[in-house]
Each structure stands twice: as structure tokens, then as C-alpha cells.
Design a protein around this ligand. Structure first.
Ligand SMILES: *Cc1c(COP(=O)(O)O)cnc(C)c1O
Length: 409
């Protein structure tokens, strides 16, 4: 019998157990302890910044970043509609409102439309961009590096300069993605804007069970976020608080995963790149299925793989393919529901959204865990290609068991 091939699951080594044992035997299980410091310092070194601040989740990190760039009540923040909702919710936590942008064919924010929006729909008054329609100040852009594919940060940073905006990079999916050319050559996703945020949720490229990290090249902002993440406690003996803070610190237990996981990150990325190539090799000959490419002028972490399904050419739509994969015990997932259509955001402004509408309902994600085996990849390809094409990679056929019905392939 075939066991289910999951979409994206943690790749954990037994070494983590040793770390966890230490947290228990020493009693350091809360928001202090050596693993926290070690993880933050390894992380900062890895992405090439001076300091990194660990926190409870990527969402918490995004909230801290928006506080640090001082998004005001009733300000507006430009966000993508094609993303996970956690990239947008913190805007609301601030009492601010999101304005939704379309994506381009990389699934990242469409830079041409972003520029057009700022140029045509906004005006500059006293050094601030005002949305002509709402008369509100546009304070910032949240850029998401979708599925680990780096967004066009050169353009974002040019617009930041021109329109006096702040930029928060949601790099929760893009840990390890690095620019290779241009102005930001050798910089990691998340280290270019005013602040960058990472996530260690269980489905991300490395995990701490749940957790996040925030970075900024601005050390004052780093300190602001640090203080806010500890209930804004400025005196630890007399408990003085000058602001309303949060309980957002990472625990030593989470960090005990992190110190080990980050050592293996480069191996995970290499495995993901190799597996992507195996999929690509076969799928390029499959009519109606397009494995969406990653940018080739960067080193992308290849976190999540996306397939665009053309119903006419393939014979099944994305939903049908999803069900079929499911029948064969292969977990896949449709693209997120667009955020501007979700209940809490249905009244917010959205600008010329077209491509995202087309992609919604026609893209699925396929298994991409870093420890996916060749046999598992072959099984996924076997179902995707319906055996019409032969490939040197398709050697292992699914076993005929009671739950796999050969005839329906
Ligand atoms: C995972 C994710 C987040 C949130 O991270 P958590 O650690 O789960 O809070 C935010 N934005 C995007 C785009 C994500 O994929």
C-alpha cells in the first residue's frame, strides 16, 4: 500500500532531541536560554546582517516590523492580493488599511502596476504619498517573495525612494533566496527593505514548530522591535513600560530546533533544486501542465513548486487534478484564495487585478519536502503525466493496492 506523499513537511534530525533534552534538564524552556542567542546569531550570519530578532511567528514578526516603521492608524499599506493572509492581517492590527495589487507571471507583485498606481492614483503632499481616492497616507509596501521566488526589489526600492515609502519584506517563504546580479547582488531576500521577516512554521523551509525572525539594517529599528517583543519592558527590575508591547519572544524550546535546522538549510535548498529539476525534466513534455519557473538570475530557495493547469490541453482543470492526486494519496493544494475577495477585506481598494484572478483556480502546488525521495517524485509524475510519456525518471510505478485503482490512471 502506498502511504500518502505530503505536500511539505519538516525534515528533522535526531540531533534536535539532544537540544530539547538540554532545555528540559536545565529548565530553560521559556523566552531565555542559550539556544535563542545561538539561533539569532547563526541566522544573522547566514543572511548577512548584524543582528536578528527571533519571535513567536512570522505573523508576529510582521506586526513588529509594521510597528517599527510606524504605520499609523488609518494609514494605508500596499500589499499583494495573491499571498497567504498572514502577510496582510498585521496591517489591520495597526488600524491601517491594505490596498491590494495584482501579481505578474512570477506570482510576485506586479511592479508596473505598482508604479502606475503610485503615479496615477496618488499625489505627493508635503513629502507624503496620498491616495487620491481615499485621501489617506500610503505609508508602506509589504512585498512578499512568493514561494521563495525573489521579488524585483530594485524597483521596489526605487519607488520607496521616489515616494518616501517604507518597505517590509515578507520573506517568510524565501529564506535562503539570494540576489545574484544588479544593485543587490549577494543580498538575501529579507535584508533589502526597511525590515524583513521570516517564518519557521512547520511547512516552511526550516522549522521551529512555530516561530519567526525579523531583521533590519537599521539598528534603531532592531532595538525598537526587540523592546516591543518583550512587553516593552525597559527596566527588568522595576518593570517600567513606556509603550504597549507584546509577548512575542521565541522560546528556547523553539530555538533548540532552529540552531540545528539552520545548519541544514543549504542541504535542504540543494535537495529542493534537484527535485525541482527532476519534475521539470518530465513535465516540460506534458501538454497542459506548466511547472512555473523560478528566476534564473538569482539563487532561489525553490521552496514551493507550482503547476499551472491548462484545462483544454490537459483534459482536467486544476481542481480535477487536485482530486486525482488526492485519490492517489498525493497531497497537493490549490493557490490561496485571493485576499481582496476574503470577507474582512472585501471593502478595501484593489487596483486592476487581472492576472491573480486568472491564476486563482488554475495553479496547484505539488509535493516539495526536502527529503522527498526519487521514488515519491516518480509516483507524483506518474499520476501527473498519466503514463502518456515515457521518461528515464519514471521507473517506479505505484504499487497496485486496494486503494490504488490502476484503471483510473
Ligand atoms: C507562512 C507565512 C506567513 C506567516 O508565518 P507564520 O509563522 O505562520 O505566522 C506570512 N506570510 C506568508 C506569505 C507566509 O507564507
Amino acid at each position: 500500500m502506498n502511504t500518502t506523499i505530503p505536500l511539505s513537511v519538516p525534515n528533522l534530525s535526531p540531533d534536535i532531541l539532544k537540544n530539547l533534552e538540554e532545555t528540559i534538564s536545565t529548565g530553560w524552556v521559556s523566552t531565555g536560554g542559550r539556544f535563542i542567542e545561538e539561533f539569532e546569531s547563526k541566522f544573522a550570519h547566514y543572511v548577512g546582517v548584524e543582528r536578528a530578532l527571533s519571535c513567536q511567528s512570522g505573523t508576529a514578526g510582521l506586526h513588529l516590523a509594521l510597528r517599527a516603521i510606524e504605520v499609523g492608524h488609518k494609514d494605508e499599506v500596499i500589499v499583494p492580493t495573491l499571498t497567504f493572509i498572514a502577510a496582510v492581517n498585521p496591517v489591520k492590527y495597526m488600524g491601517a488599511e491594505p490596498v491590494f495589487m495584482d501579481c505578474d507571471e512570477t506570482l510576485n507583485m506586479d511592479m508596473e502596476k505598482l508604479e502606475m498606481f503610485l503615479e496615477k492614483e496618488c499625489k505627493m503632499i508635503k513629502g507624503q504619498v496620498i491616495n487620491k481616492k481615499t485621501q489617506r497616507i500610503i505609508k508602506a509596501i509589504v512585498v512578499v517573495h512568493v514561494f521563495g521566488n525573489p521579488a524585483y526589489m530594485e524597483k521596489v526600492m526605487e519607488l520607496r525612494q521616489k515616494y518616501n515609502l517604507k518597505v517590509v519584506e515578507d520573506a517568510t517563504e524565501a529564506l535562503g533566496s539570494v540576489y545574484r546580479t544588479g544593485e543587490h547582488a549577494n543580498k538575501h531576500c529579507g535584508t533589502i527593505g526597511d525590515a524583513g521577516v521570516y517564518s519557521f512554521n512547520a511547512n516552511k523551509i526550516i522549522t521551529t514548530g512555530g516561530g519567526g525572525m525579523v531583521v533590519s539594517r537599521n539598528q534603531e529599528m532592531m532595538e525598537t522591535m526587540n523592546v516591543l517583543s518583550r512587553q516593552a519592558k525597559t527596566d527588568s527590575i522595576y518593570y517600567i513600560h513606556d509603550e504597549v508591547g507584546y509577548n512575542y519572544r521565541m522560546t528556547n524550546i523553539q530555538a533548540a530546533f532552529g540552531t540545528d535546522q539552520i545548519d541544514r538549510l543549504e542541504d535542504f535548498i540543494n535537495a529542493k533544486i534537484r527535485n525541482f529539476k527532476l519534475y521539470k525534466e518530465v513535465l516540460r513534455d506534458t501538454d497542459g501542465l506548466t511547472l512555473l519557473p523560478f528566476r534564473t538570475d538569482v539563487r532561489a530557495n525553490h521552496w514551493f513548486y507550482s503547476i499551472l493547469v491548462d484545462k483544454k490541453a490537459y483534459g482536467l482543470d486544476a481542481d480535477g487534478l487536485l482530486k486525482k492526486l488526492n485519490d492517489y494519496h498525493i497531497q497537493s493544494r490549490p493557490l490561496w484564495g485571493l485576499i481582496h475577495k476574503q470577507k474582512p477585506y472585501a471593502k478595501n481598494q484593489h487596483y486592476q487585478i487581472e492576472k491573480a484572478n486568472d491564476y486563482e483556480g488554475s495553479i496547484i502546488n505539488i509535493p516539495c519536502s526536502s527529503h522527498l525521495t526519487i521514488e515519491e517524485i516518480e509516483r507524483v509524475l506518474y499520476v501527473l503525466t498519466r503514463r502518456e510519456k515515457t521518461s528515464p525518471y519514471i521507473r517506479v510505478l505505484p504499487q497496485v493496492g486496494d486503494e490504488i485503482n490502476e484503471q483510473t490512471i
